[in-house]
Design a protein around this ligand. Structure first.
Ligand code: FMN
Length: 416
């Protein structure tokens, strides 16, 4: 088990090709003043307005420029769009041209920025900038509406002097206004010392995420397909809402969300030990990890060898029920479990509520391939100890995490 220190929030800043690109460069500086790490992704057109060298110097980080897909251009075979999307906590595109807005909303992936945007799973902020005649076009409006419907936050544009010398709606929002939205979404305080704001300010939240691996021998284990997405999204969204978050993570290669304390574990027993440490003062504990029910009774010290044609019998023993165990470990906390079911969702969720003395059981149907394990979306039903039943339609795990936390926070009084 290892504690990972909280790190600076990270923004991937897309800059597209308009005069306002110079304000994008200024935004880099303002973000860094707030202690936020920034990597820039200028489009090919943007590089005619602001040089990658300027962005590199201002950000102190590598720039994902036009050379991304060229043979000698720096990618060197690496999937930089994957790297950048996994690195960032938030994607901001400022300025966003009409062209870039359309590509983002249609899901095109024909340059670095659009490809990284399609990979990215966190919050997205977009600041359009264009001539007022372009902004008023129904096709632009349709693209902006589609982005909003996807949960993208659109900042501006505002009315004012346009690059053409005319006045109108289409001028990019001032960098300070964009900065405020970015900081709010990341939960970064204005001065770096103010107490966090948000509906979960003052809450201590513990989230478990990912699978557990139960060792058979030094190289083999019993595991499951949990990707950790749901738990990481819950941790990120709780931190964005001002909570003090501890994430107990099984073996998954995911970035730690900004401002979250992470404890890495491998097996169910390690997860229980981490929970013993983390949960005694928690207000809310969300058990989103897919903990193995069984572990091999014996872990071989050496790699098991093939012997004869008789096959191999593994003897398993039951792991402790971590959620049920929390009833005595953290009686003060609101305890929430996740239940992956393939049939009779409600019946088994309700019996788990009772057996594990949880306040909520969030059930999802893992027999469907478009939601649940390893998928980016999820569709769940939350069953409450008080008999309530709240259905959440299919949506991204990040959005769902936010909605679930709102549900838990709204019903905190009835904890236990
Ligand atoms: C001087 C100049 C200024 C421009 N300003 C804008 C602008 O503010 N907004 C916009 O949508 N397009 C603007 N354009 C057009 C874009 O540069 C053009 O659509 C380009 O293809 C955008 O590519 P990108 O979205 O990949 O950056 C401008 C073009 C020029 C030559």
């Amino acid at each position: 088990m290892a504690d990972a220190p909280a790190r600076a929030a990270r923004v991937l800043l897309g800059i597209s090709g308009g005069i306002a690109a110079y304000k994008g460069a200024y935004l880099v500086r303002r973000l860094r003043e707030r202690g936020i790490a920034v990597r820039c992704a200028p489009t090919r057109a943007a590089e005619s307005f602001v040089s990658p060298l300027t962005l590199e110097v201002l950000s102190g980080e590598r720039v994902y420029g036009r050379s991304y897909l060229s043979r000698d251009g720096g990618a060197g075979g690496a999937e930089l769009h994957v790297e950048a999307a996994q690195w960032a906590d938030l994607l901001c595109v400022a300025p966003a041209t009409a062209n870039t807005l359309a590509r983002l909303s249609l899901g095109l992936a024909d340059d670095f920025l659009s490809t990284a945007a399609l990979m990215f799973e966190g919050p997205v902020v977009v600041a359009p900038a264009m001539h007022d005649a372009m902004w008023r076009k129904p096709q632009v409006e349709a693209r902006v509406d589609a982005l909003s419907a996807l949960g993208v936050e659109i900042v501006g544009p505002v009315e004012g002097a346009l690059a053409s010398g005319e006045r109108g709606w289409g001028r990019m929002a001032e960098p300070e206004a964009i900065l405020e939205v970015v900081c709010r979404k990341l939960g970064v305080p204005e001065t770096g010392v103010a107490p966090p704001a948000g509906p979960l300010a003052g809450w201590r939240v513990v989230v478990t995420a990912g699978p557990t691996h139960e060792a058979i021998d030094p190289v083999r284990f019993l595991g499951n397909r949990s990707s950790g997405r749901m738990g990481f999204a819950l941790a990120r969204q709780a931190a964005l809402r001002g909570a003090q978050v501890t994430l107990v993570a099984g073996p998954v290669g995911r970035e730690t969300p900004a401002g979250v304390r992470r404890i890495d574990v491998v097996s169910a027993l390690e997860m229980r030990a981490a929970l013993e440490e983390a949960s005694s003062s928690a207000d809310l504990i969300v058990m989103a990890a897919a903990v193995a029910d069984y572990r091999p009774r014996k872990r071989a010290d050496r790699k098991l060898k093939k012997s004869g044609a008789d096959g191999l019998t593994l003897e398993l023993e039951q792991n402790p029920d971590l959620l049920a165990g929390l009833a005595s470990l953290a009686p003060q906390a609101m305890r929430v479990g996740f239940a992956a079911e393939t049939e009779r969702l409600e019946e088994s969720a309700r019996s788990k509520l009772e057996a594990k003395k949880a306040r909520w059981i969030v059930a999802n149907d893992v027999s469907r391939s478009d939601i649940g394990f390893d998928a980016t979306d999820n569709e769940v039903v939350a069953f409450g100890r008080d008999g309530s039943r709240v259905r959440f339609p299919k949506q991204s795990k990040d959005e769902l995490a936010g909605r679930l936390l709102e549900l838990f926070a709204g019903r905190r009084a009835a904890s236990g």
